[in-house]
Each structure stands twice: as structure tokens, then as C-alpha cells.
Design a protein around this ligand. Structure first.
Ligand SMILES: Nc1ncnc2c1ncn2[C@@H]1O[C@H](COP(=O)(O)OP(=O)(O)OP(=O)(O)O)[C@@H](O)[C@H]1O
Length: 285
């Protein structure tokens, strides 16, 4: 696809998606389950036996005060924690009952099946919008035909809610987009390798309210195709976007634990633990 293929800038062109041509065989959204996960940086234990099921086709929000281990937990879910030299962990992470830490399972597979969107949008700034979307294919040695790539770019930008804004300038650099558009480009890039789970670490914290709302709409649209786990400090956002919620807490220098988890409406309307009630009602944190 080239940037001159569309002529009417304000017409939303629905991409022609040809199943199978984009080379990647996704298996659809999966349930992710953490079992008794503990984590350390050196001898500093930061998570203690955290267990949580993140159901397929649902948005799970991880909430809790700063430093309670939410990001560490998220990074354990796609084997990024082990990139830190001093880091270690115990427990299991099951993707549809397959342990992603099994010896025979490649780390690259875990990262492909479980994508990550970071706090700060991180497109390759000098690379075109088109090539940014496809960047993960090269990293994962996934081959696609020219037509397959065109279809995949259109499909992923559409799913990320960015297609109508960029379809006429796909050859422009990713760095020329606004912050909110860059974040949606990063979501499109993550989707291109057909992840089964998408992890999002405070994806809106660097964005203005309008862009935040747009990302939240994108999350709602995506959840039928990919399981989503989102870390957020914004309680209104957790209430708006998530179906299930887990409240993390690390009190007085102890490692982080989950105090309460369950249906988001129930967690916000009738929390079982007083600490959850205090946190979701803004009384601390
Ligand atoms: N790379 C690292 N090396 C050493 N300690 C770390 C590292 N990353 C995080 N920690 C420590 O692990 C603990 C949990 O941090 P983490 O970032 O997971 O918490 P968080 O709940 O995501 O916090 P925030 O909401 O502020 O992002 C903290 O005590 C933090 O200082």
C-alpha cells in the first residue's frame, strides 16, 4: 500500500482483509493465569505469591499505589522481567494452560503471543507509519507478500482506530504524528503479529483527555479479539474500560500482594476489603 492509493481524505476506507495472507496464524484471545508469582530485584522481594486469572476477551485492570509491583507483574506476564540483570521470579504464568516459562518454549514466542504497549508512545520516529506497523514482522522473522502487508497495515490501523487519520500519509514518519496517534500506531504495531494477549502499562498517562478517550474506545473495540491487561493509576479509567480488576498493595515495605480482585463494578461499588474501598474512593495512594 502506498500513501497515494486513497483520494478522498475524509472517507473512511475499510481495508480489504484477506485471511491467511498476512502470514501470521493467530489462535485468538487466550486466558492468562498467574499462579503464585513472586518476584525479586536482587534480594529485594517485590511481589509475593500473586495469583490472578485474566480471562480471554476481557479487559483486566491492575490498580494500586505507586511501587506495589503492578508493572513488575505485567512484565512477568510476557517474560520482560528477566531482561533486568538482577531480576528473578518464582511461580507460573499459563497462557491457555501452557506455561510460558517452560524450558522448551521460546522467549520470542511468549513476546509475540503476549504483546506490550508502554506508557510513553515509542514508534520508530524516522520510520514510515506503514513500516512501523510491520516492524514486528521482521523482528519475528514473519514473511508476508506485498499484498498481505498492505492488507495487514490497513487492518491493524483500523483496529487501532487510526486508519482514517493516516490512510493518505502512510509513507510519512511515525514521529510526525501526535502523541495520541503515536500510541495508537504502537497498538497497531503490536496487533500486527496477532498477539493473543495485549499488555498495556499506563498507556494514556502521557496523553491529553481527548487522546485518552480515543485509546479507551480502541480498547473497548479490541477486547473481542485480544485479551487485554492494563495498568492504570486512573480509577475512572479502570472503571470505564475494565471488566475485571485486581487491587495490588505493598504495605510498609512488604512485597506487593493482591488484596482483592473480581468484577470491576463490584470492586468499585461494594469492595470487600476496607483498603480497596479507601483506594478506589481516593482516600490514599
Ligand atoms: N529495574 C529495577 N531494579 C530494581 N528495583 C526495581 C526495578 N524496577 C522496579 N523496582 C522496584 O520494584 C518495586 C515495584 O516496582 P513497580 O514499578 O513494579 O511498581 P508499580 O506498582 O508499577 O509502580 P508505579 O505505579 O509507580 O509504576 C519498587 O520497589 C521498585 O523500586
Amino acid at each position: 500500500m502506498s500513501s497515494d492509493t486513497s483520494t478522498e481524505a475524509d472517507t473512511v476506507v475499510q481495508p480489504r482483509v484477506v485471511p491467511g495472507r498476512a502470514a501470521v496464524a493467530g489462535q485468538g484471545p487466550a486466558t492468562l493465569r498467574a499462579e503464585a508469582v513472586s518476584a525479586w530485584f536482587g534480594d529485594h522481594k517485590v511481589l509475593d505469591r500473586v495469583s490472578l486469572t485474566m480471562p480471554a476477551r476481557r479487559v483486566t485492570a491492575l490498580i494500586g499505589p505507586s511501587g506495589c509491583g503492578k508493572s513488575t507483574f505485567l512484565r512477568i506476564l510476557n517474560r520482560m522481567h528477566e531482561l533486568v540483570g538482577s531480576a528473578s521470579l518464582a511461580g507460573r504464568v499459563l497462557l491457555d494452560e501452557q506455561d510460558i516459562y517452560d524450558r522448551g518454549r521460546r522467549i520470542t514466542r511468549a513476546r509475540r503471543e503476549i504483546g506490550m504497549v508502554f506508557q510513553k508512545p515509542n514508534p520508530f520516529p524516522a520510520m514510515s507509519i506503514y513500516d512501523n506497523v510491520l516492524a514486528g514482522l521482521k523482528l519475528n522473522a514473519i514473511k508476508a507478500t506485498r499484498d498481505g502487508k498492505d492488507d495487514l497495515v490497513a487492518e491493524c490501523l483500523t483496529k487501532a482506530g487510526l486508519w482514517s487519520e493516516v490512510k493518505d500519509r502512510l509513507r510519512q514518519p511515525g514521529g510526525a504524528l501526535s502523541g495520541g496517534q503515536q500510541q495508537r500506531l504502537c497498538i497497531a504495531r503490536s496487533l500486527a503479529v496477532r498477539p493473543r494477549v495485549l499488555l498495556m502499562d499506563e498507556p494514556c498517562s502521557a496523553l491529553d483527555p481527548t487522546s485518552t478517550r480515543r485509546i479507551e474506545e480502541t480498547i473497548a473495540e479490541l477486547k473481542s479479539e485480544v485479551t487485554i491487561v492494563i495498568v492504570t493509576h486512573n480509577m475512572q479509567q479502570a472503571a470505564r474500560v475494565s471488566d475485571t480488576c485486581a487491587f495490588f498493595l505493598a504495605s510498609h515495605g512488604t512485597p506487593g500482594v493482591i488484596v482483592e480482585h473480581g468484577d470491576t463494578d463490584a470492586m468499585f461499588d461494594s469492595p470487600q476489603d476496607e483498603r480497596t474501598s479507601d483506594y478506589v474512593n481516593g482516600r490514599f495512594g
